[in-house]
Design a protein around this ligand. Sequence first.
Ligand code: APR
Length: 258
Amino acid sequence: MSGLVTVDARIVGALREARRVVILTGAGVSAESGVPTFRDQQTGLWKTFDAAELATPSAFRRDPSLVWGWYEWRRATVLAARPNAAHRAIAAMSEFVPHCTLITQNVDDLHERAGSVGVLHLHGELSRPYCEACRRSYVLPEGIPDLPPGGARIEPPRCDACGAMIRPGVVWFGENLPDVAWRSACEAANRCDMFFCCGTSSVVQPAASLTDLAIAARATTVQINPNATGYDDSVTVAIQGLAGIVLPRIVAETWKSA
Ligand code: APR
């Protein structure tokens, strides 16, 4: 693990040669935009809950207004947030490399707002709620939900077609990932020659296993995280730093003459 003074030459060298780059992001990439990560202590109405408790079908069945309220609070936080330098560096990177696949565990749209296209959302999107019964998409009202600072319980809206509850458009624990996104992510990791895992604790499966696929594919693998993860000793380079500082430096150093 290296404190970052200059960008490791192995990264610059590999990135300049790379034809197929995969970037896997987690909550840490949106942290510098003010969006709390999952392992951060919850606040307000939810401070007594572990995020993993709230992000389950059983929690929604048990207390739908608590869970819907939490996701509306998170959606309000994301709508008020702006992409940070990490999101922008990732969007820039995709301009320089022939094939760049961006895979995210994040349910926000900050990558897209930074200019990234074709983002593979493995855990769904806050902006895509749907009916829990007939799965019809639900169109959210425009604008930032007007919520009290600590959040509030909010009854989920009802489906216009079948009257069932609308649920958040995210993948909850115990649910399957979207099939097309997951298969595309695996294929990209299996074929890449460079792989970045940024701002993820790498504990949630199957997303975390994408790093194993890239390692098995003998790609140059780079982890960016201020804290240790289970991949510190198995990636090519583990950088202990903030994504919003490290990624722009990597882009600048690699393509400074571009
Ligand atoms: N830059 C880079 N990494 C950061 C930053 C930052 N500025 N700030 C925090 N981190 C790191 C933390 O050290 C932590 O390892 O980001 C990681 C965030 O970890 P989690 O909160 O576990 O988020 P993530 O890995 O995305 O969680 C995966 O778990 O709860 C589910 O579905 C949810 O998508 C989520 C999944």
